[in-house]
Write a protein that binds this ligand. Structure first.
Ligand code: DNO
Length: 345
């Protein structure tokens, strides 16, 4: 595996020069954050981004993410033009030699939590989710009541979008995903870019919206929508690990055996009830994910792709972007590399 770290660009409070000091980390996971969703990424901007990372002695290993416009997920008539622009961005990645694209197909909301700073007994804070808390969130006032990470929508546009999704059940969403992949994967494949879908987080429907990338059967189905090695997954242990029915090592062996794991997100979650969890330090003993077994499975499939520590807690008084401070993610990066060395790779 190749140790990587997510960087939110020049506005990230964690600078590249700090990331470089985490032993073993040579790959950066990043994106152009100021291009409007649906626009093609200008190649010169991507080139600049790659050069800034190269200047710090690292390289861009993964783009996470090029967001998929809601019209594509909704299957609206405008999707063809939007997909063509998406393909342009993928071609630009390929021309610059950036090999992996992490994206997701979650309606309206990306990863969702009900608490961004739940205090843990050691005085740190972590992200947490509780389905019963989610049920109390009133979306009629827009995204204002949602914990602060979300793409902001005012009440009118959010209600219009929620209304549009009333016609899109899970099967429809699968059809729209297939339509998207049938057009993007061939482009990615000839550009030497691997598409890596991120699982839905949490892996169940929220706010009545369908969520489809949730378990082993779904990941298998995804890879067969377009049966091409360029159509793969970001295997996120935290997202998938929130559902106790997901046997992560078995899923890794199945998908990895077919060469479809293109990127690893590693973090731990402590399941505390039905559809209730909080994020925990990365080591196995603190959460419900057995990270050692995850690494063994990755060793067995000969995983050689990028891996990043996912969300960390806030520790040592750090303030910053929820889940994306420096300290706990750096501890995670070291733990993961230690496990990897230990399992014999
Ligand atoms: C959360 C991230 C996700 C991920 C997107 C990919 O921390 O893992 O937001 O970047 O779902 O499109």
């Amino acid at each position: 595996m190749k140790a990587t770290f997510r960087w939110y660009g020049e506005s990230d409070p964690v600078p590249l020069r700090y990331i470089r000091q985490i032993p073993g980390v040579t790959g950066i996971v990043t994106a152009l954050y100021d291009v409007a969703v649906g626009d093609a990424w200008p190649r010169p901007r991507l080139e600049q981004l790659a050069a800034a990372v190269d200047d710090e002695g690292m390289h861009v290993a993964v783009i996470e993410s090029i967001p998929v416009h809601e019209d594509i997920k909704l299957g609206r008539a405008t999707r063809d033009r939007l997909i063509e622009r998406y393909c342009e961005s993928v071609r630009a990645m390929g021309e610059l030699g950036i090999p992996v694209l992490c994206y997701n197909f979650m309606p309206i909301f990306d990863w969702t939590r009900t608490d961004l700073a739940m205090p843990l007994p050691d005085g740190s804070t972590a992200l947490a989710y509780d389905d019963r808390q989610l049920a109390k969130i009133d979306l009629s006032r827009g995204t204002g009541d949602l914990p602060g990470w979300a793409a902001a929508y005012d009440a009118r546009s959010l209600n219009a979008l929620l209304g549009a999704y009333e016609n899109v059940n899970a099967e429809r969403l699968w059809e729209h995903l297939a339509y998207f992949l049938e057009r993007v994967v061939p482009v990615a494949s000839s550009a030497n870019v691997k598409m890596a879908i991120h699982p839905d987080d949490p892996p169940w429907p929220i706010f009545g919206l369908p969520r489809i990338i949730t378990d082993a059967a779904a990941l298998d189905r995804l890879t067969r929508l377009v049966d091409d090695p360029a159509n793969g997954v970001t295997f996120c242990t935290g997202s998938l690990g929130a559902d106790p029915a997901n046997d992560l090592p078995a899923m890794i062996r199945a998908l990895g055996g077919r060469g479809r794991i293109h990127f690893m997100h590693c973090r731990n979650v402590l399941r505390t009830g039905d559809r209730q969890f909080n994020e925990s330090p990365h080591p196995s003993c603190f959460g419900s994910v057995n990270m050692l077994e995850v690494m063994r499975a990755l060793r067995d499939i000969g995983f050689a792709g990028p891996m990043r520590p996912d969300h960390g807690r806030m520790i040592w008084g750090e303030r910053g972007r929820p889940g994306y401070g420096l300290y706990d993610r750096a501890l995670g990066a070291m733990y993961l590399q230690g496990l990897w060395e230990g399992v014999g790779e």
